[in-house]
Design a protein around this ligand. Structure first.
Ligand code: HEC
Ligand code: HEC
Ligand code: HEC
Ligand code: HEC
Ligand code: HEC
Ligand code: HEC
Length: 253
């Protein structure tokens, strides 16, 4: 009796997980093509001021700079159209203008306006494919395993643009985040894969409490709404489709 019941339960759990992976329970967003993953069109003020919206590509910038540089040192928000970027602020050396000053990268001269104010996603697929061929592959997002690319030194994004000597803290605590559903294998969060890209303050305390298992409402449906892991793992870091990177126990086809 007991054995039959356990078998039935195991079968049900298997079916449920298969259903989850098929996406019948979690509605995952439709992914853009690999060379467009992480691309943004910024239009908080441009159209209103009679300018075309601004194009920004994450993959071109993240090969050169860690997330920390822009999202910690320069104060860009983790949500498009939230940062108060203006043409004047850029010219005063803030935001894009920190680098786009005509020295580090092209500056705001008349012939360059249209390089940012393109109105649409711009970078050609050929330059993307050229980069992609040199980096370890993966199935989703940009199709690039950015973790491996960084660990192997195939890209060397700057950790700080103000203090070149600054290095990531040696903090590699690996956490098992147990799901509220007993049949689901826990999600793994490894500080070691995040700390080289991000500052502690990018996550603590705004996105996650520092004490394990005290972050409330830590569930997939909230992650899918762009909270918690979903702050980054929907648009820029590898997307939620890659279940097994976070849940090593969930098998994909
Ligand atoms: C390095 C990229 C970049 C370049 C080059 C650039 N801009 Fe912008 N510009 C931006 C960004 C980003 C914004 C804010 C976009 C938004 O939220 O709509 C912006 C906003 C604007 C706005 C909106 C109103 C305001 O006061 O901010 C105007 C007008 C503008 N730019 C004009 C220009 C002109 C003219 C040039 C060329 C001389 C130029 N920009 C070059 C990135 C750039
Ligand atoms: C060169 C600067 C730069 C780098 C490097 C950078 N970002 Fe961004 N990121 C931006 C800007 C600019 C925005 C738009 C902010 C706005 O419009 O308010 C943005 C927006 C985002 C968004 C919101 C996307 C959306 O659709 O709303 C996420 C998520 C994000 N970045 C994650 C990351 C991660 C993760 C990394 C590192 C792998 C990273 N960024 C590296 C500049 C950068
Ligand atoms: C931390 C430095 C840094 C910041 C901040 C930054 N860029 Fe760049 N960007 C670069 C560098 C370096 C290049 C490549 C060199 C060049 O093209 O002059 C580049 C290239 C570009 C290009 C050319 C196409 C590409 O993606 O390679 C565009 C468009 C662009 N940036 C837009 C922006 C906009 C818009 C912002 C602000 C929202 C921004 N960048 C913020 C450093 C930066
Ligand atoms: C970026 C990491 C990440 C990815 C990718 C991811 N998950 Fe999760 N998942 C989590 C976290 C974190 C939790 C919450 C763990 C906890 O309760 O402590 C969770 C919880 C769950 C739960 C428990 C019930 C719930 O809703 O919270 C299920 C079932 C689940 N995930 C299935 C999946 C499936 C299926 C996929 C692939 C389509 C997936 N996950 C992709 C991080 C991820
Ligand atoms: C990408 C996001 C992210 C970054 C960056 C990050 N953390 Fe965390 N941290 C987490 C998550 C998620 C948890 C678990 C929270 C929970 O379970 O509620 C956590 C938990 C912790 C804990 C509690 C561990 C335990 O065993 O209870 C400490 C301490 C901590 N982080 C310190 C740091 C430090 C120091 C840094 C910078 C070197 C850092 N974190 C960077 C996401 C991050
Ligand atoms: C602030 C942004 C951010 C948040 C929040 C975040 N991550 Fe990440 N994560 C990244 C970046 C950036 C990488 C590098 C790989 C990439 O960009 O695809 C990464 C890598 C990983 C990897 C390594 C995959 C590999 O190939 O080894 C795992 C696993 C992971 N994240 C799980 C999580 C989980 C689980 C959470 C929530 C508890 C979370 N992440 C929250 C930005 C974030």
């Amino acid at each position: 009796m007991m054995r039959a019941r356990r078998l039935l339960l195991a079968l049900l759990a298997g079916l449920l997980l298969a259903g989850l992976v098929e996406g019948s329970i979690f509605k995952l967003p439709v992914p853009p093509p690999q060379h467009r993953y992480g691309d943004l069109v910024i239009d908080r003020v441009s159209t209103k001021a009679g300018q075309k919206p601004v194009f920004f590509s994450h993959w071109t910038h993240r090969t050169r700079y860690t997330c920390r540089v822009c999202h910690f040192e320069l104060g860009f928000d983790f949500k498009v159209n939230r940062t108060e970027i203006t043409e004047q602020a850029n010219r005063e050396g803030m935001y894009c203008g920190t680098c786009h000053d005509g020295v580090v990268a092209f500056g705001p001269t008349d012939e360059n306006c249209a390089r940012c104010h393109t109105g649409k996603a711009e970078i050609d697929k050929q330059s993307f494919l050229k980069l992609q061929r040199t980096l370890p592959p993966t199935g989703f997002g940009n199709g690039i395993n950015w973790t491996r690319a960084l660990q192997k030194g195939l890209i060397t994004p700057k950790y700080s643009i103000y203090r070149p000597e600054e290095k990531p803290l040696d903090f590699n605590k690996r956490l098992e985040l147990k799901a509220n559903w007993s049949m689901v294998t826990p999600a793994i969060f490894d500080h070691a894969t995040h700390v080289p890209w991000l500052d502690c303050a990018n996550c603590h305390p705004d996105i996650f409490n520092i004490k394990k298992k005290t972050t409330k409402h830590f569930e997939m449906r909230y992650i899918l709404e762009g909270k918690f892991c979903g702050v980054c793992h929907l648009d820029v870091a590898f997307p939620l489709d890659e279940c097994e990177l976070c849940h090593p126990g969930i098998r994909q086809r």
